[in-house]
Design a protein around this ligand. Structure first.
Ligand SMILES: [Mg+2]
Ligand SMILES: [Zn+2]
Length: 211
Protein backbone atom coordinates (compact mmCIF):
# COMPACT_ATOMS: atom_id res chain seq x y z
CA UNK A 1 0.00 0.00 0.00
CA UNK A 2 1.22 3.46 -0.86
CA UNK A 3 -1.23 6.05 0.48
CA UNK A 4 -3.92 6.78 3.05
CA UNK A 5 -6.93 8.89 2.13
CA UNK A 6 -8.61 10.46 5.14
CA UNK A 7 -12.03 11.89 5.65
CA UNK A 8 -11.76 15.03 7.82
CA UNK A 9 -14.70 15.55 10.21
CA UNK A 10 -14.94 12.75 12.77
CA UNK A 11 -11.58 11.33 11.72
CA UNK A 12 -9.10 14.20 12.06
CA UNK A 13 -11.15 16.81 13.91
CA UNK A 14 -14.07 16.44 16.26
CA UNK A 15 -17.63 16.87 15.08
CA UNK A 16 -19.43 19.81 16.69
CA UNK A 17 -22.87 19.99 18.29
CA UNK A 18 -24.37 23.25 17.05
CA UNK A 19 -26.77 24.12 19.83
CA UNK A 20 -28.64 26.83 17.90
CA UNK A 21 -29.57 24.48 15.06
CA UNK A 22 -29.60 21.31 17.19
CA UNK A 23 -27.39 19.44 14.75
CA UNK A 24 -24.04 17.68 14.79
CA UNK A 25 -21.97 18.98 11.90
CA UNK A 26 -18.56 20.24 10.85
CA UNK A 27 -17.01 23.12 12.79
CA UNK A 28 -18.16 26.51 11.53
CA UNK A 29 -15.92 28.75 13.67
CA UNK A 30 -12.18 28.64 14.39
CA UNK A 31 -12.74 27.91 18.09
CA UNK A 32 -14.76 24.81 17.12
CA UNK A 33 -11.97 23.18 15.14
CA UNK A 34 -10.28 20.67 17.44
CA UNK A 35 -8.06 17.78 16.44
CA UNK A 36 -9.11 14.45 17.89
CA UNK A 37 -6.68 12.83 20.38
CA UNK A 38 -3.75 10.98 18.81
CA UNK A 39 -4.30 12.38 15.32
CA UNK A 40 -0.94 14.17 14.92
CA UNK A 41 0.87 11.05 16.16
CA UNK A 42 -1.17 8.80 13.86
CA UNK A 43 -0.31 10.88 10.81
CA UNK A 44 3.35 10.97 11.83
CA UNK A 45 3.26 7.16 12.05
CA UNK A 46 1.76 6.91 8.55
CA UNK A 47 4.42 9.32 7.26
CA UNK A 48 7.13 7.21 8.89
CA UNK A 49 5.79 4.10 7.14
CA UNK A 50 6.43 5.86 3.84
CA UNK A 51 2.73 6.27 3.06
CA UNK A 52 1.41 9.39 1.36
CA UNK A 53 -1.42 11.03 3.29
CA UNK A 54 -4.24 13.05 1.74
CA UNK A 55 -7.51 14.49 3.04
CA UNK A 56 -10.59 13.84 0.87
CA UNK A 57 -13.61 15.52 2.41
CA UNK A 58 -17.09 16.78 1.57
CA UNK A 59 -17.34 20.33 2.90
CA UNK A 60 -20.75 21.72 1.91
CA UNK A 61 -20.70 24.29 4.75
CA UNK A 62 -19.69 27.17 2.48
CA UNK A 63 -22.38 26.24 -0.04
CA UNK A 64 -24.94 26.18 2.77
CA UNK A 65 -23.83 29.58 4.08
CA UNK A 66 -22.43 28.27 7.39
CA UNK A 67 -18.92 29.61 6.84
CA UNK A 68 -16.73 31.56 4.42
CA UNK A 69 -13.92 30.10 2.33
CA UNK A 70 -11.37 31.90 4.53
CA UNK A 71 -12.59 29.88 7.53
CA UNK A 72 -11.85 26.63 5.72
CA UNK A 73 -8.30 27.94 5.20
CA UNK A 74 -8.13 28.75 8.92
CA UNK A 75 -9.15 25.17 9.72
CA UNK A 76 -6.45 23.91 7.34
CA UNK A 77 -3.82 25.98 9.12
CA UNK A 78 -4.94 24.70 12.53
CA UNK A 79 -5.00 21.13 11.23
CA UNK A 80 -1.56 21.31 9.65
CA UNK A 81 0.09 23.12 12.54
CA UNK A 82 -1.43 20.68 15.03
CA UNK A 83 -0.11 17.74 13.03
CA UNK A 84 3.28 19.41 12.75
CA UNK A 85 3.61 19.41 16.56
CA UNK A 86 4.09 15.64 16.32
CA UNK A 87 6.39 15.96 13.32
CA UNK A 88 3.72 14.80 10.87
CA UNK A 89 2.51 16.23 7.61
CA UNK A 90 -0.34 15.90 5.13
CA UNK A 91 0.65 15.74 1.47
CA UNK A 92 -2.56 17.00 -0.12
CA UNK A 93 -6.00 18.28 0.82
CA UNK A 94 -9.07 17.91 -1.39
CA UNK A 95 -12.54 19.24 -0.64
CA UNK A 96 -15.82 18.91 -2.45
CA UNK A 97 -17.50 22.27 -1.80
CA UNK A 98 -20.60 21.51 -3.83
CA UNK A 99 -24.14 20.89 -2.72
CA UNK A 100 -27.24 20.37 -4.89
CA UNK A 101 -29.25 22.88 -2.82
CA UNK A 102 -26.47 25.37 -2.18
CA UNK A 103 -27.37 28.95 -1.27
CA UNK A 104 -24.14 29.99 -2.98
CA UNK A 105 -25.09 29.63 -6.64
CA UNK A 106 -21.74 28.68 -8.11
CA UNK A 107 -21.51 25.79 -5.65
CA UNK A 108 -24.99 24.50 -6.47
CA UNK A 109 -24.26 21.50 -8.58
CA UNK A 110 -24.30 17.77 -8.77
CA UNK A 111 -20.66 16.96 -9.11
CA UNK A 112 -18.39 13.96 -9.48
CA UNK A 113 -16.45 14.77 -6.33
CA UNK A 114 -19.08 14.56 -3.57
CA UNK A 115 -18.53 11.26 -1.73
CA UNK A 116 -19.90 8.59 -2.27
CA UNK A 117 -18.77 9.64 -5.76
CA UNK A 118 -15.09 9.02 -6.21
CA UNK A 119 -13.83 12.17 -7.95
CA UNK A 120 -11.83 13.39 -4.94
CA UNK A 121 -10.23 9.98 -4.46
CA UNK A 122 -9.30 9.76 -8.12
CA UNK A 123 -7.76 13.23 -8.07
CA UNK A 124 -5.77 12.42 -4.93
CA UNK A 125 -4.45 9.15 -6.36
CA UNK A 126 -3.48 10.84 -9.61
CA UNK A 127 -1.63 13.68 -7.88
CA UNK A 128 0.08 11.31 -5.46
CA UNK A 129 0.99 9.03 -8.39
CA UNK A 130 -0.47 5.95 -6.77
CA UNK A 131 -3.18 3.52 -7.79
CA UNK A 132 -6.46 3.66 -5.88
CA UNK A 133 -5.89 -0.05 -5.27
CA UNK A 134 -2.84 0.96 -3.23
CA UNK A 135 -4.83 3.32 -0.99
CA UNK A 136 -6.56 2.96 2.32
CA UNK A 137 -9.74 5.03 2.63
CA UNK A 138 -10.43 5.97 6.25
CA UNK A 139 -13.76 7.49 7.25
CA UNK A 140 -16.51 7.63 9.84
CA UNK A 141 -19.46 7.70 7.45
CA UNK A 142 -21.21 5.48 4.93
CA UNK A 143 -20.30 7.79 2.00
CA UNK A 144 -16.62 7.28 2.91
CA UNK A 145 -16.98 3.50 2.84
CA UNK A 146 -19.02 3.53 -0.36
CA UNK A 147 -16.56 5.80 -2.15
CA UNK A 148 -13.63 3.74 -0.90
CA UNK A 149 -15.19 0.47 -1.99
CA UNK A 150 -16.19 1.83 -5.42
CA UNK A 151 -12.69 3.18 -5.95
CA UNK A 152 -11.10 -0.15 -5.01
CA UNK A 153 -9.45 1.17 -1.85
CA UNK A 154 -9.05 -0.81 1.35
CA UNK A 155 -11.61 0.73 3.69
CA UNK A 156 -11.26 1.47 7.38
CA UNK A 157 -14.26 2.57 9.41
CA UNK A 158 -13.66 4.84 12.40
CA UNK A 159 -16.37 4.24 14.96
CA UNK A 160 -16.52 5.21 18.58
CA UNK A 161 -20.04 4.12 19.41
CA UNK A 162 -20.64 0.43 19.80
CA UNK A 163 -23.85 0.05 17.85
CA UNK A 164 -23.01 2.54 15.16
CA UNK A 165 -21.66 -0.22 13.01
CA UNK A 166 -24.76 -2.43 13.24
CA UNK A 167 -26.50 -0.37 10.58
CA UNK A 168 -24.00 -1.75 8.10
CA UNK A 169 -25.07 -5.35 8.64
CA UNK A 170 -28.02 -4.62 6.35
CA UNK A 171 -25.81 -3.53 3.46
CA UNK A 172 -22.94 -5.95 2.82
CA UNK A 173 -21.20 -3.76 0.25
CA UNK A 174 -20.48 -1.06 2.81
CA UNK A 175 -18.74 -3.39 5.24
CA UNK A 176 -15.39 -1.87 6.05
CA UNK A 177 -12.34 -4.09 5.62
CA UNK A 178 -11.16 -2.92 9.05
CA UNK A 179 -12.73 -1.12 11.99
CA UNK A 180 -10.85 1.18 14.33
CA UNK A 181 -11.85 3.35 17.28
CA UNK A 182 -9.66 6.25 16.24
CA UNK A 183 -7.20 7.33 13.59
CA UNK A 184 -4.41 6.23 15.94
CA UNK A 185 -5.92 2.72 16.09
CA UNK A 186 -6.30 2.77 12.31
CA UNK A 187 -2.64 3.71 11.91
CA UNK A 188 -1.66 0.78 14.15
CA UNK A 189 -3.81 -1.60 12.04
CA UNK A 190 -2.16 -0.28 8.89
CA UNK A 191 1.26 -0.71 10.46
CA UNK A 192 0.43 -4.29 11.43
CA UNK A 193 -0.80 -5.08 7.92
CA UNK A 194 2.23 -3.52 6.28
CA UNK A 195 4.50 -5.56 8.56
CA UNK A 196 2.47 -8.67 7.87
CA UNK A 197 1.91 -9.26 11.56
CA UNK A 198 -1.83 -9.41 11.13
CA UNK A 199 -3.79 -11.54 8.66
CA UNK A 200 -5.14 -9.57 5.70
CA UNK A 201 -8.74 -10.59 6.31
CA UNK A 202 -11.82 -8.65 7.16
CA UNK A 203 -12.05 -7.83 10.82
CA UNK A 204 -15.69 -6.90 10.33
CA UNK A 205 -17.83 -7.80 13.27
CA UNK A 206 -20.66 -6.31 15.20
CA UNK A 207 -18.93 -4.34 17.92
CA UNK A 208 -21.92 -4.59 20.24
CA UNK A 209 -21.59 -8.37 20.16
CA UNK A 210 -18.19 -7.98 21.82
CA UNK A 211 -19.56 -5.98 24.73
MG1 LIG B 1 -16.74 12.29 8.56
ZN1 LIG C 1 -18.12 18.23 -5.55
Amino acid sequence: MKAVLLDRDGVINALVYHEDAGVIDSPFRASQFKLLPGVPEAIRLLNDMGLKVAVVSNQPGIAKGHLKPAMLKTFDRRMLSGIRTAGGHIDRIYYCLHHPEAKVLKLRQRCRCHKPEIGLLEQAAEDLRVSLLECYMVGDGIPDLLAGARAGCRTIFIGRWKCEVCQFTEAPHVHAALIAESLWDAALLIQAEMRGTRPITSSYKCLSAQA
